[in-house]
Structure formats: structure tokens, C-alpha cells
Design a binder for this molecule. Structure first.
Ligand code: ZN
Length: 325
């Protein structure tokens, strides 16, 4: 018997997450408690519910630059080793409770040095990623406002990663168009794209409904470049108008390697299961679709091939088989 697709049943499905920010996934209560413990007095609300609502509203801004503003408060309470440990621990607890069986969590060391912890900029962060590569760090990324900050500004860091046979992803094609995707792939050599939604600008739809891919879109599909798509976040930043208008479905039907991600669970008030459900409601996906997106993500993970294969064969496929019936 096929299990109906609901938030609860999707919650039981195994999920793989490639794009989730540590400073965007705190529990509201933890933000309050860490603020109190560390003397941070700039929070915009004093109650858990009020604070949760404030983050949601502030992030739903329609612009990437304004979407990033609430991070001042989460980063503001993450300035001690104890606070970082707690946030990381709770992140894993929350993802495990949602049956996320594999996750890559992004973390920007240079944002957490206000109180004496030390780190520096992109090249130095890349060096940290390599130094800790066998201790849980699997890759490297740049994120933030895109307009005026092309990925090639960090070319030095990407070249360092490549020279160390290491892999990385780049936020591109979210707030800014095709040029940022072109730079990320052609000049920086990104293995994956954070968001990448603007690739639809390189896909023309003919009068008969057939899609005509431009050179860049073709290259990304041919190379099986993974797209780390974050539906709710993309709506909040104004990258797309609504979930129903999200290019996820068009790209999925054209067999681009699309994956489903949360981006910032606190700001988007979401979980992996919620993101999956929103796509199911908008596009009518079934279990086999969700399984494909999950396997897409696991194939695209930065851990070694044999470990990816083991999670796909031993965890994802058997557990989906039960749900599909
Ligand atoms: Zn992101």
C-alpha cells in the first residue's frame, strides 16, 4: 500500500540536506537564552513566539540584502565556543528528528570572532577547510549579497581548494543573474551551485512548449552540476514570486540535477519535510519524485563515493521502498 504524502509521512522518509546555514537554523528559545547568558541586548523581541515571528517577518523581505539583516542577531549570540557547540548540537538534533540522514551544514568562522575567537577571510577559511578536511569538514562555499560581489573575488580561495583536490560550492544565480553562474562554473570551477535559480534565463520555451537550452544551461545539465534549491528561502528573498512559480519543477522535468534544501530553518520557519511538502503541494510530486531528489542530493554530497553509495543503498532506497509500498 502506498503511504499518502503528508507532513507526517514525509517526516518519516529519509532526507539528505546539502544547503543549511548554522547561523540560520537556531531555535528561537536558544537565541533568547544565549543572548541572556552572553549579555547580548539587541534582540528585537523578548518572548519566544514574538522572536520567532520577528525572524520570519524580517526575512520575508523580497530582497537578498534585507533577508540577510536578521543574521546580525543569530551571529550576535554565537560568539563563544560554548554557544557554537550548543547551536551545532541542536542543529544535529533537529535534523535527526526530521529524519535527515545526511547533512552538510555551512558555517562562516570569520563571523564568530567578535569576542576573541580568531579567523580571517576567504583564503584563510579555505585553508581551515583543508586543515579540518578529515574531521567533518567536507567542502567550502561563499555566500552573501551577490550583486557587486562576483564569485571571482574569491578566486584565490577556490584555486587553493582545487590545488588540494578539494570540492566546493558557490552561492550564485539567486539575487544575481546568469553572469554569477557563469563565473562560478567557468572561472571558479564550482562543483555545485547554491540556488542557481536564474539558470532559467538560459532556457527558452518555444511556442510548442519545448525547451531550448542555451550553452550554459546545457553545460550544467551535461555535467550533472547539482543545484542546491531552497524553495521557501527563494520566495522570501524575492528570487521567485511563489513556490508555484519556482523553476524547480521545470528544471526537474528537464532532468537537471535538482536537490531540495532548507537554507535557513529559523528565518524560513521550515524543515526538510516542510520544503518537500510545499513542492508536493505545488507540483503534485509522488514518493518516487521525492526519492529521486533525495538520491540526487546524496550523489552530490562532498563525502567519498563509497560512503555516498552506502547511504543510498543501505538507507535511502530501503526506507523509501517501505513508503512506496
Ligand atoms: Zn544559502
Amino acid at each position: 500500500m502506498i503511504t499518502p504524502l503528508t507532513l507526517d509521512s514525509i517526516g518519516h522518509a529519509p532526507k539528505a540536506l546539502l544547503h543549511d546555514h548554522l547561523d540560520g537554523g537556531l531555535r528561537p528559545a536558544t537565541v533568547l537564552e544565549l543572548a541572556e547568558a552572553n549579555g547580548y541586548d539587541e534582540l528585537p523581541a523578548i518572548g519566544v513566539d514574538e522572536l520567532a515571528a520577528w525572524f520570519r517577518t524580517a526575512a520575508h523581505s523580497g530582497s537578498l540584502v534585507r533577508y540577510l539583516e536578521p543574521f546580525a542577531h543569530t551571529v550576535g549570540v554565537m560568539q563563544t565556543p560554548e554557544a557554537l557547540h550548543r547551536v551545532a548540537y541542536e542543529c544535529v538534533e533537529d535534523l535527526a528528528a526530521d529524519n535527515v540522514v545526511y547533512a552538510e551544514i555551512r558555517f562562516a568562522p570569520e563571523l564568530h570572532i567578535d569576542r576573541g575567537l580568531s579567523a580571517a577571510r576567504s583564503r584563510e577559511i579555505a585553508e581551515l577547510a583543508i586543515r579540518f578536511r578529515d574531521k567533518g569538514v567536507v567542502g567550502f562555499d561563499i555566500a552573501g549579497a551577490e550583486a557587486g560581489y562576483p564569485p571571482t573575488r574569491h578566486l584565490d580561495a577556490f584555486e587553493y581548494m582545487r590545488s588540494n583536490n578539494a570540492r566546493f560550492t558557490i552561492h550564485a544565480g539567486e539575487a544575481f543573474g546568469l553572469p554569477s553562474i557563469q563565473e562560478a562554473i567557468a572561472f571558479c570551477g564550482a562543483d555545485r551551485l547554491g540556488h542557481g535559480v536564474r539558470i532559467v534565463d538560459d532556457i527558452a520555451i518555444g511556442a510548442d512548449g519545448t525547451a531550448q537550452l542555451g550553452r550554459l544551461a546545457s553545460l550544467l545539465r551535461d555535467k550533472r552540476i547539482p543545484f542546491e534549491m531552497c524553495p521557501s528561502s527563494n520566495v522570501q528573498t524575492g528570487a521567485v514570486g511563489s513556490i508555484a512559480e519556482h523553476p524547480f519543477d521545470r528544471l526537474a522535468r528537464l532532468r537537471f540535477r535538482v536537490t531540495v534544501n532548507t537554507d535557513n530553518r529559523l528565518m524560513s520557519d521550515t524543515t526538510m519535510s516542510q520544503e518537500m511538502l510545499r513542492l508536493v503541494e505545488a507540483f503534485g510530486y509522488g514518493w518516487s519524485d521525492l526519492e529521486r531528489f533525495t538520491i540526487n542530493a546524496m550523489k552530490s554530497a562532498f563525502i567519498p563515493f563509497d560512503e555516498r553509495l552506502a547511504i543510498i543503498d543501505d538507507v535511502i532506497k530501503p526506507r523509501f521502498a517501505v513508503l512506496v509500498g
